[in-house]
Design a protein around this ligand. Sequence first.
Ligand code: TXA
Ligand code: MG
Length: 341
Amino acid sequence: MKTEILKKCDEAELAFAAKLIQEGKLVAFPTETVYGLGGNALRSDAAKRIYEAKGRPSDNPLIIHLACAEDASKYCEPNEVFYRLADAFMPGPLTVILPKKECIPDSVTGGLDTVAVRVPSHPIAHALIAKAGVPIAAPSANISGKPSTTTAAHVITDLDGKVDAILAADDCEIGLESTIVKIHTDGTLTVLRPGAITCEMLSDIVGSTVNIDPAVLAKSEARPLAPGMKYRHYAPHMPVIILDGADDAFYDYVNQKDDCGVLCFEEDLAHITAKKVLSLGKASQAQEQAHRLFACLREMDAQNDLACVYARMPQKSEVGLAVWNRLAKAAGFEVIKLEDK
Ligand code: TXA
Ligand code: MG
C-alpha cells in the first residue's frame, strides 16, 4: 500500500486526511501523548484494518477520540463523574471507560459492553476529528509489542506501507499514553493505566482516593481491567532489567558488565562506562523522563551488540508512576534489588 506522508499538516492536508477517515481508511496522526493510528470508529471494517496494520490481537479494544466531551453522549452513557473529570481534564491526556451505545461496533471494543473515550488536546488531532465528523478509533501508532511512537520518524518506520496516510508533525509533548480510568457505580475510580493525569489530580476532583489496578504495579495472575495491560509491551529485542539501588551500588553493578546498555538519569552519566548509555533526564524530572522513554527504548532496540539493557529505577510517584509502569512492562516486571555497600 502507498502511504501518503503529509508533512505540512495544513488545511488541505487535514481535509484530505479527514476524507480518508470518512471512507474507512487509516491515518496516523499526532496527539499530545503519542501518535495514534486512526480509523472511523463507526465502521467495523476500519477497526479490522487497524488491528491488521498493527498486528494487534483483536481482543484488545480501541480508544475512541472525540472533538469535544459533549459528543460523548452520542456514543456512550456518560455519568456525573465523567462530566466532572471532563471539566477538569478534557481536552487532555485522560481516557474514561463508559458503557457503550449500539452505534460503536463490537470490533472496536473487542466485544466489551464498554468503550474508552478520550478528547485529545493536540490541535492536529482535534482538527482531524472535527473535519472527519466521526469519532476516530486509534491505538498507539506502533507495531504491536513495540514502544509507542512519539516522533513522526518512528511512525514512518513502523507503519509506512501499512496505512493510507501519516500526518507527520512534531514530537509528542508528553511522550506516554493517556491515563485510563474506570468509573465504578459508586462514583469511585480505578486507574487502569497511569499517565500524565496523576492519581493525585484525579483524587482532587472526585474527592476520594483512587484505586490502582494491580496489573499496573506488578505482574499479576489476575486479569487486568484494561485488556491491553496483559501483553508484554514496549520492549526492545534484548531483555530489559530494572536495577533498584543507591548510586554507588548501581554504578558498580553496571560497570562490571561490558556488553550491556544502560538507561539512567542525567546525574549518572559521568559515572557509567557501559557501551551504550542513555539518559532519560534528571532523576527528579518525571515529565522529562516520560517525554524521552519510548525514544530511548527504540534507540536501544536499534543496537545489535547489546546482551541486555539495565534501567535505573524511576521514582514511582505522580507522573513517575507512569514512567515506572512502562519501564516495568518493557522489563516484564523484572527488578534486581541491589544491596547497599
Ligand atoms: O494516549 C493514548 O491513549 C493513545 C493515543 C493515540 O490516544 N492511545 C493508546 O491506545 O494508547 P492503545 O490502543 O495503544 O491503548 C489502549 C488501552 C489498551 O490497554 C486497551 O486494552 C484499553 O486501552 N482499553 C480500551 N478500551 C477499553 C475498555 N472498554 N475497557 C478497558 N480497557 C480498554
Ligand atoms: Mg498501545
